[in-house]
Design a protein around this ligand. Structure first.
Ligand code: NAD
Ligand code: DAU
Length: 351
């Protein structure tokens, strides 16, 4: 039976990837390795937790001894690596944590995978590294990021992801480890941790709290429904050659203020509030330091070579996402009642 290790599977995107693989490939055992930081939540996976081909392992990718033993014991056939510190604002207050997990954690996994590949190059098939469009830096008013755009990260988060991408490519060039990297744009959808823009504003609208928009809200992001990202990872993992890179994105650019206005409108209707009620909650606050102006992905390569495309229009996806949050009050309450809330309150006061 093939064994795939998915790291960060209790987080936002990882949980959708784990669910897709567990359900779609019953003959493959999926191992979900996650440290369960503030962003990891096993409640994201209750629907598949008892499936015979799913196993959860709690552990830290920064712990090299633990990782080496784990790989020796299970002899995984492939790794899909999503575990990361992922929030730009947290990287500004605590960059080192991002170096540990995103850089050192990735190199620990690469070393352990390299050992398995050395042992039996036919059995170890793929190290799939999930990365971000933020490594390319910021665009002006025009243009798109392609797979050949030079790296130009600006935040400690994107610098740590860029560094990890370079290590992954170096292990392909130096040791022949079969690797693939994908760089994706902003995801949204169910199970998104409510410190990121969209889930934060859904939660705040529901609770009649201010919607903090950085600067003038003119920054542009290219939004993709999270299940479409998970599908892209599946398509790439099963069809690409080692050494390849793909950009994944929604061709769906929105300024932050327009996203929040649309969200306010959707939620006016769903919460039976008069039109325009929620927009009054919008509050412009101090800008993020080093805030990238615009991200936009050209995913032509993935669409042409592997036939992937996004399945949902943004309005439809956002509507579906709001429904999920309104129907999963307990999930939201549980994640907003603890450590995150303290972090968020402290940040919000500072701005
Ligand atoms: P997330 O913060 O929701 O989840 C990260 C997961 O990694 C959590 O479950 C956490 O517990 C786990 N983790 C963190 N540190 C760990 C460690 N040291 N050892 C083991 N597990 C650890 O992140 P996400 O938004 O789901 O992002 C997943 C991946 O996708 C990241 O690599 C991120 O850079 C990338 N990505 C995210 C987006 C996005 O829009 N969210 C877009 C493109 C790429
Ligand atoms: O582009 C992919 C990246 O998207 C991923 O690599 C990151 O892991 C993910 O967190 C996301 O990064 P962003 O910084 O774009 O996401 P965030 O939701 O934090 O912010 C989206 C935009 O909204 C950004 O321009 C900053 C702004 N923002 C964010 C927050 C949290 C606000 O205006 N107010 C807020 O309170």
């Amino acid at each position: 039976m093939m064994k795939i290790l998915i790291t960060g599977g209790a987080g936002f995107i990882g949980s959708h990837v784990v669910r897709l693989f567990v359900n779609k490939y019953p003959d493959v055992t999926i191992y979900n390795l996650d440290k369960l930081t503030y962003a990891g939540n096993l409640a994201n996976l209750t629907d598949i937790e008892n499936k015979p081909n799913y196993k959860f392992i709690k552990g830290d990718i920064v712990d090299a001894n633990f990782i080496n033993k784990l790989f020796e014991e299970h002899k995984f056939n492939a790794v899909i690596h999503l575990a990361a510190e992922s929030h730009v604002d947290r990287s500004i207050t605590n960059p080192l944590e991002f170096v540990y997990t995103n850089v050192i954690g990735t190199v620990n996994l690469l070393n352990a995978a390299k050992q398995l590949y050395k042992l039996d190059s036919l059995k170890f098939k793929m190290f799939y590294h999930v990365s971000t469009d933020e490594v390319y830096g910021s665009l002006g008013d025009t243009g798109l990021f392609t797979e050949t755009t030079s790296y130009d990260p600006h935040s400690p988060y994107s610098a740590s992801k860029a560094s990890s991408d370079h290590f992954v490519r170096a292990y392909y060039d130096t040791y022949g480890l079969p690797v693939v990297i994908s760089n994706c744009s902003n995801n949204y959808g169910p199970n998104h941790f409510p410190e990121k823009l969209i889930p934060l504003c859904i939660s705040n609208i529901k609770n009649n709290k201010p919607l903090p928009i950085y600067g003038k809200g003119e920054n542009v992001r290219d939004w993709l429904f999270v299940e479409d990202h998970a599908r892209a990872i599946d398509v790439i993992f099963h069809n690409t050659k080692p050494g390849n890179t793909y950009n994944i994105g929604g061709h769906n650019e929105w300024t932050n203020i327009d996203v929040i206005r649309l969200l306010c409108k959707i939620m006016d209707k769903k919460l039976n509030r008069a039109e325009g009620t929620n927009e009054k909650l919008i509050s412009f606050v101090k800008d993020r330091a080093g805030h990238d102006l615009r991200y936009a992905i050209d995913s032509t390569k993935l669409q042409k070579e592997l036939g992937w495309k996004p399945s949902l229009q943004f309005e439809e996806g956002l509507d579906k996402t709001v429904d999920w949050y309104l129907q999963n009050e307990e999930w939201l309450r549980n994640v907003t009642s603890g450590e995150y809330q303290k972090y968020y309150d402290a940040q919000y006061v500072k701005r």
